[in-house]
Design a protein around this ligand. Structure first.
Ligand SMILES: Cc1ncc(C[n+]2csc(CCOP(=O)(O)OP(=O)(O)O)c2C)c(N)n1
Ligand SMILES: [Mg+2]
Length: 681
């Protein structure tokens, strides 16, 4: 590590950071000043000393990652990005939280250089960081498995700052439990133990022994008391971090006691300073306490910024030393070096599509089973492809059969490997989703995670973040309708397809049969955005159609799967298990003299991307006798069937009985479709 000795200039830089936190919020009139004021020394110590980063190259793959889980305190991060030279300037701080600013209210991935993940929904940052830590171990196992710990160019740390809110949210518990079990030694979390949240003293709701809990999870725990005046004890924190560096077998949590909003005379240690501007008077008196000129705002002495930006050169030095290390690795590992280049480029290997299985017409195969076969076929040719399930591997069929389980080095479990491709998330759906986000943010691997579609609700917060960040994660949501049968209404998704379609930038894919499932997987891997595959538990016929395997058709999201011999006067829109029912209905209608088209709609989001010409070709405006059929609520189908159309749907919870009985009782039948079309003819 490059030498760094704390000097008076560093004290001055921290004081400046505290003042900038106040000024930035005061200027816009809203925001979260208190935490950024009190955490300034902690964040400064990380960015100036401990974090291995290169502000000139925020995407350097060898860098440490920093996650601000308490995203409301975005200024904690933004001010360090400014001081470290990430291209953020005072003007940006002056435009904090305003239209088109580089610095939005909460950190947003892809918007501001140096922001590694979007945070704000409390707790998710911790879980995302766990995913980053897992991804780091997976990638180093893939590329450099023999290197002793800490010596590989692919070794890096994940640093997290989290607050009381993050540690109260359940998702952090799910993820931290898994991190402890996985012995993620590259994860270090600093807990802002300030005893304050929005409603004031956390004693109203949060009195547990946090370190005791994390110790029980298997973490290394440490704590740092504050200075007598209420500020963070920076020497003690530095020493605690140094101790952490010696811990090679577990993640670390350091509880750092301090006072929110220190040293604001009136507002420190109150809930008020969490989320409101201090007001001119309190800003001025705080500046006096800090030894600053109360008449000046956004005042950064030249020598301070010159000093803090020395980290730019230090960053270049460690980056260039790393480059040498990487070159050495490349010359010793020519094949892996080619693989690394491909992973960086995000390309699939040539001939990838040849590995994808084709399914025989006439067979009966559940789409979850087809997906399982495809996952295993993909795994043969894509070493960067890994994933698992929230304890439903046997149901979701997400297990890479010849893969090892991702487990810590000392695990006694069969087929354990520190870089195994099978992730056992445990029954932790929300953490699974967030961990997948962390893995995807690593940028080199491709991951998937399974659970029942009905439990997509449990992971929705993470799914929304994946969509917001546009991360290439794939959810394998099986048991996608009442077709799962006897487990009954608690397990039968009804509103879920539309609830998920309501999330912008999430593709909800419900394949009609095994071949459409295989096509969907190929399309998914070629695209780089989040997708939920909604798959049947029950067997479905492999449809007699070339179109289901045609990527050009399936990729358009909706296409004609059956056409009558004369021009159609009616059409049926169907997804997933209901496509076969629609085909049956159309065949009956054709025979009855109503020529009917069937449109398979694997993905409405992909269909919406198409030109109007294509949309009108598939759904000709002149055909107004339209029926949709999907075993769930109709909700958005009305848009596609139009005012003359009808929807065959389920507008109530399901029930416990066999799938055929439920389809019959709830009227998800060819007869229902036939009746609708005849009634409008
Ligand atoms: C999931 C979620 N629920 C609620 C909020 C709203 N919220 C933002 S900050 C906050 C209080 C956080 O307290 P703490 O983490 O102690 O932050 P501090 O005030 O110490 O900075 C709440 C409830 C949120 N951002 N995310
Ligand atoms: Mg707090």
């Amino acid at each position: 590590m490059t030498e760094f000795n704390w000097t008076k200039l560093d004290d001055q830089a921290v004081t400046t950071a505290r003042a900038l936190a106040m000024d930035s919020v005061q200027k816009v009139g809203n925001g979260h000043p208190g935490t950024a004021m009190s955490l300034a020394p902690m964040a400064y110590l990380l960015f100036q000393k401990w974090l291995r980063h290169d502000p000139s190259d925020p995407n350097w793959i060898g860098r440490d990652r920093f996650v601000l889980s308490n995203g409301h305190s975005s200024l904690t991060l933004y001010i360090q990005l400014y001081l470290s030279g990430y291209g953020i300037e005072l003007e940006d701080l002056k435009s904090f939280r305003t239209w088109e600013s580089k610095l939005p209210g909460h950190p947003e991935f892809g918007h501001t250089a140096g922001v590694e993940t979007t945070t704000g929904p409390l707790g998710t940052g911790i879980a995302t960081a766990v995913g980053m830590a897992m991804d780091t171990r997976y990638i180093r196992g893939l590329l450099d498995p023999q290197a002793p710990t800490g010596t590989s160019p692919f070794d890096h740390r994940i640093w997290v700052i989290a607050g009381d809110g993050c540690l109260q949210e359940g998702v952090s518990a799910e993820a931290s439990s898994l991190a402890g079990h996985q012995k993620l030694n590259n994860l270090v979390m600093l807990y802002d133990d300030n005893h304050i949240s929005i409603e004031g003293d956390t004693a109203v709701s949060f009195t547990e022994d946090v370190l005791g809990r994390y110790s029980a999870y298997g973490w290394n725990v440490d704590h740092v008391d504050m200075n007598p005046d209420g500020s963070i004890n920076i020497t003690a924190l530095d020493q605690a971090i140094a101790r952490t560096m010696q811990v090679t077998d577990r993640p670390t949590l350091i509880r750092v006691r301090n006072i929110i909003g220190w040293p604001a005379p009136k507002l420190q240690n109150t809930g008020k300073i969490h989320g409101s501007a201090l007001g001119d008077e309190e800003v001025a008196t705080t500046k006096v306490v800090l030894g600053l000129d109360p008449a000046k705002s956004f005042d950064v002495p030249k020598e301070v910024i010159a000093h803090t930006r020395e980290v730019v050169n230090r960053g270049k030095e460690i980056h260039s030393a790393w480059d040498t290390k990487l070159e050495n690795w490349r010359s010793g590992n020519p094949d892996k070096s080619v693989l690394l280049n491909r992973l960086i480029s995000g390309q699939l290997p040539a001939g990838f599509e040849k590995a994808i299985p084709k399914f025989e017409v006439g067979k009966e195969i559940a789409t979850r089973k087809a997906s399982g076969d495809v996952i295993n076929a993909i795994a043969q040719v894509l070493p960067e492809f890994w994933g698992g399930s929230a304890d439903l591997g046997d149901s979701n069929l997400t297990t890479i059969e010849e893969g090892n389980s991702f487990l810590p080095a000392d695990s006694k479990m069969p087929h354990a490997s520190t870089s195994g491709r099978i992730i056992h998330f445990g029954i932790r759906e929300f953490a699974m989703g967030s961990i997948m986000n962390g893995i995807a943010l690593g940028g080199l691997s491709r991951t998937f995670g399974g659970t029942f579609l009905v439990f997509s609700d449990f992971m929705r917060g993470a799914v929304r973040l994946a969509a917001l960040m546009n991360l290439p994660v794939t959810y394998v949501w099986t048991h996608d309708s009442i077709g799962l049968g006897e487990d009954g209404p608690t397990h039968q998704p009804i509103e879920h397809l539309w609830a998920l379609r309501a999330i912008p930038n999430l593709a909800v894919v419900r394949p009609a049969d095994a071949n459409e499932t295989a096509a969907a997987w190929q399309i998914v891997l070629n695209r780089k955005s989040p997708v939920g595959l909604c798959l049947s538990r029950q067997n479905l016929p492999v449809l007699d159609s070339q179109a289901t395997s045609d990527l050009a058709k399936v990729g358009k999201g909706a296409y004609v799967i059956q056409e009558p011999s004369v021009a159609p006067t009616a059409l049926i829109l169907a997804t997933g298990s209901e496509v076969a029912i629609a085909i049956d209905a159309a065949t009956q209608l054709d025979a009855a003299g109503i020529p009917t088209r069937v449109v398979s709609v694997p993905c409405l989001e992909w269909f919406e991307e198409q030109s109007d010409a294509y949309k009108n070709e598939v759904l000709p405006p002149e055909i107004t006798n339209r029926v949709s059929i999907e075993a769930g609520i109709a909700q958005g189908w009305w848009k596609y069937v139009g005012t003359n159309g009808q929807c065959v749907s389920i507008e109530h919870f399901g029930a416990s009985a066999s799938a055929p009985k439920l389809y019959e009782e709830f009227g998800i039948t060819a007869q229902a479709v036939v009746n609708c079309i005849k009634s409008s003819n």
